[in-house]
Design a protein around this ligand. Structure first.
Ligand SMILES: [Zn+2]
Length: 339
């Protein structure tokens, strides 16, 4: 006689216990695991008629998908009751499993128009790496670091499946659910066309990655987002500041109150960051990779260094538009100086 058989669902919930909490009337927050320094991402479930709407997907790993399935089961939902999948922005922890969920749920996937245009060419193909590599080299990343970054991106690419989405989400679009209406609020800065979702009836802001309680959202220049992400983000913060919000429900961490105070602190954080970056330019022109090393430290892993470089660049682009810094080419590499 063999060991007693464990039903599959029980096994799944033992592997990844469900982590689901009410986020608002008719809405739940589901925490899914990430194999990164940032250990989890929240996705959101909204009751709508006889089914559900899901906002964001988590990454495509067995652990994340099992955890999502177990959380859905605790409210009596399953893959078959998800009628529509919305994606807030193009980062893998928000879109990575969307293609897999579309297969499991047989539900359409929509995301902001501006991000939908970007996700197709962002697959792990040669063009993607060629553009990324040219961008990194232009900002002073040593060629051996570019190669290591390429290898680690290739190794992690299975967590985010490329998707051709079924439709866009318009800025200002109003999406009904049983607890009220979700208004799609444009929130660029962290990504080019990220959306937040505001429920006016309940004064709840689903802030995605635009407002996060314990970390500042990464605001970076990337090869697909060049102009002025920090300027965009300041505008986003002003727009969100005007909303009447009693509860912020973010995509990482726990719900919290006091969005205006958070916004004021975050504005100040970026102004201070501009000052400390400008201070590194008092002697000679520097490239963004060197500036990031000086401001954030060089004893970091390459992914953190790449994010720090992207974040340095968003502050440099912003200050260049203000006339505080200017761009010069030194040996074919973009450097920055004070005029
Ligand atoms: Zn993100």
């Amino acid at each position: 006689m063999g060991p007693p058989r464990t039903p599959l669902r029980t096994l799944a919930s033992q592997l990844s216990p469900p982590k689901i909490w009410p986020a608002a009337d008719g809405a739940w927050q589901i925490r899914l695991p990430l194999p990164w320094t940032l250990a989890s991402v929240n996705v959101f479930l909204f009751k709508r008629g006889d089914g559900y709407l899901l906002l964001d997907s988590g990454i495509r790993t067995d652990e994340s998908l099992q955890s999502l399935e177990a959380s859905l089961a605790t409210v009596g939902a399953g893959w078959g009751s998800i009628r529509e999948i919305l994606v807030s922005h193009l980062h893998p922890d928000h879109i990575g499993a969307a293609a897999e969920l579309r297969r499991r749920c047989a539900a359409p996937v929509r995301m902001p128009f501006g991000e939908a245009e970007l996700v197709r060419p962002l697959g792990p193909d040669r063009k993607y790496f060629a553009e990324a590599a040219a961008f990194l080299l232009d900002h002073g990343v040593p060629v051996e670091h570019v190669e290591q970054m390429r290898r680690s991106a290739a190794a992690g690419s299975h967590t985010s499946e490329r998707i051709d989405v079924d439709g866009g989400i318009a800025d200002g679009e109003r999406i009904e659910f049983d607890g009220g209406t979700l208004e799609a609020i444009p929130a660029p800065g962290h990504s080019p066309s990220q959306l937040c979702f505001y429920c006016r009836e309940q004064k709840v802001l689903f802030s995605t990655d635009a407002i996060l309680p314990t970390v500042t959202p990464n605001i970076g220049v990337h090869w697909f987002y060049q102009d002025d992400p920090l300027g965009d983000y300041f505008q986003t913060l002003s727009a969100l500041h005007r909303l009447e919000v009693e509860r912020v429900v973010p995509s990482h961490g726990r719900p919290f109150e006091g969005h205006r105070e958070w916004i004021e602190n975050t504005r100040q954080h970026h102004r201070n960051r501009c000052d400390s970056i400008a201070e590194t330019l008092d002697s000679e022109p520097k490239n963004a990779y060197a500036i990031a090393g000086q401001v954030w430290g060089e004893d970091r892993n390459l992914l953190d260094r790449r994010f720090a470089m992207a974040e340095s660049l968003s502050h440099l682009h912003y200050m260049a538009l203000e006339g505080r810094v200017s761009r010069v080419l030194v040996a074919g590499v973009t450097h920055w100086t004070r005029p």
